[in-house]
Structure formats: C-alpha cells, structure tokens
Ligand binder design. Structure first.
Ligand code: GAR
Length: 204
C-alpha cells in the first residue's frame, strides 16, 4: 500500500480528481495527507470532509530554506512513497527537490517545454499557438523541466480568453493527473536517461 501526500495552495480540483479516482478505481494506495501553504486553501475542506488528514505550513517569516525544511518535516510524518504537487504555487529549494527525487510529480498547465512558469494561458494566447495543454512531470531542480510523464492537448480557438482556455485545459488535467499518479502507484513508471517509460499494464 503506497502512501501519497498531496500539496495544494488553493482550489485543489486536481487533488479532488486524484482522490476520487483513487477511491472509485480502488488504487493500492492511501491518500495519507493533504498539505497546504495557505490556511485558506479551498481544497482543505474537501480533504477534511473525506477523512483525509490535513496540515498547513505557512511561509510567513520563514526563509525559503526554513519553509521547505518545515514542509518536509510535515510531509515525512506521513512516510510518503509519492508527493503530488497539485496547484502548489511555491518554488522549491534544490535540497527539498533532491529529498523527493523520483517520487514527486507536478502538473503544469502548458505543453512543456513551452511556457514554463506562470501565466501559461496568456503566454499561449500571446504567442498565437494553435495547440495548448497540460503536462504531468517528475519534479527536478529546474522549474517545470523534469521528465515528462503525460500530456494532453487542446485546440486554441480564435475567440479564446485566458479563462475559456484554462477551463478546457483543466478538464484535461483532471484526466491525465489521476492516470499518471495511478501509473506511479502501480509501479509502471521508469526513468531511463531522463525520459519516462510507461510500462504496459500487466493483465491478471
Ligand atoms: C492547475 O491548473 C495547475 O495546473 C496549476 O494550477 C492550477 C491549480 O488548480 N499549476 C501551476 O500553475 C503550477 N505551476 P487546482 O488547485 O484546482 O488543482
């Protein structure tokens, strides 16, 4: 039984999609905790209502290193096999990333390597790309650059706004993130020379 700790900063809709899929598809894992850097993160209520332990680690007054150390201490109380960043809006220190190397996933709202960082939907509209999307990747020290596990594309429409584009991308996020986490839980992800290989499902 693998332990998963999910980090959020806000709404937590990706976290909810993962929790729901884990339950309905009966993954061999436990969502051990949902941890936020913001006490007012909306997703915390969903976690609590679903019987998942929650914790808040606030960054106010802490250096980046001290915050990451406090966060790591909270996370490690739950002995995680996997840490899932689900809209966790903090840049992490190299030491923190190294501690969870090969066992921390992130979802980013663009087709990486295009548009790392913030405001991905406005970047997509400003550059005129016709295809946009979302990426699940392993977290490495370089922001939004780790080995890619899964991607989903959406067409950019001529009349799209940031909001309409974000909405369509989010629908895809809710499909690919649970799928990628499930692959990890099932032990089907291998990193080979910096590239992710997804092993075939073994049929019973
Ligand atoms: C999602 O669109 C996620 O891809 C993005 O924040 C949103 C969180 O929504 N993450 C990033 O931008 C990370 N750099 P959610 O809280 O409803 O899952």
């Amino acid at each position: 039984m693998k332990n998963i700790v999910i980090l959020i900063s806000g709404r937590g809709s990706n976290m909810q999609a993962i929790v729901r899929a884990a339950r309905s598809e009966q993954w061999p894992c436990r969502i051990a905790a949902v941890i936020s850097n913001r006490a007012d993160a909306e997703g915390l209520a969903f976690a609590a209502e679903n019987g998942i332990p929650t914790a808040v680690v606030v960054s106010k007054g802490l250096s980046r290193e001290a915050f990451d150390a406090a966060l790591q201490e909270q996370i490690d109380r739950f002995a995680p096999d996997l840490v899932v960043l689900a809209g966790f809006m903090r840049i992490l220190t190299p030491a923190f990333v190294e501690h969870y190397a090969g066992r921390m996933l992130n979802i980013h709202p663009s087709l990486l390597p295009s548009f790392p960082g913030l405001a991905t939907h406005s970047q997509a509209l400003a550059t005129g790309v016709k295809v946009h999307g979302a990426t699940v990747h392993f977290v490495t020290a370089e922001l939004d650059h780790g080995p890619i596990v899964a991607q989903a594309a959406v067409a950019v429409h001529p009349d799209d706004t940031e909001d309409t584009l974000a909405e369509r991308v989010l629908v895809q996020e809710h499909l690919i993130y649970p799928r990628a986490v499930r692959w990890f839980v099932e032990g089907r992800l291998a990193i080979d020379n910096g590239l992710v290989r997804v092993q075939e499902e073994v049929s019973a």
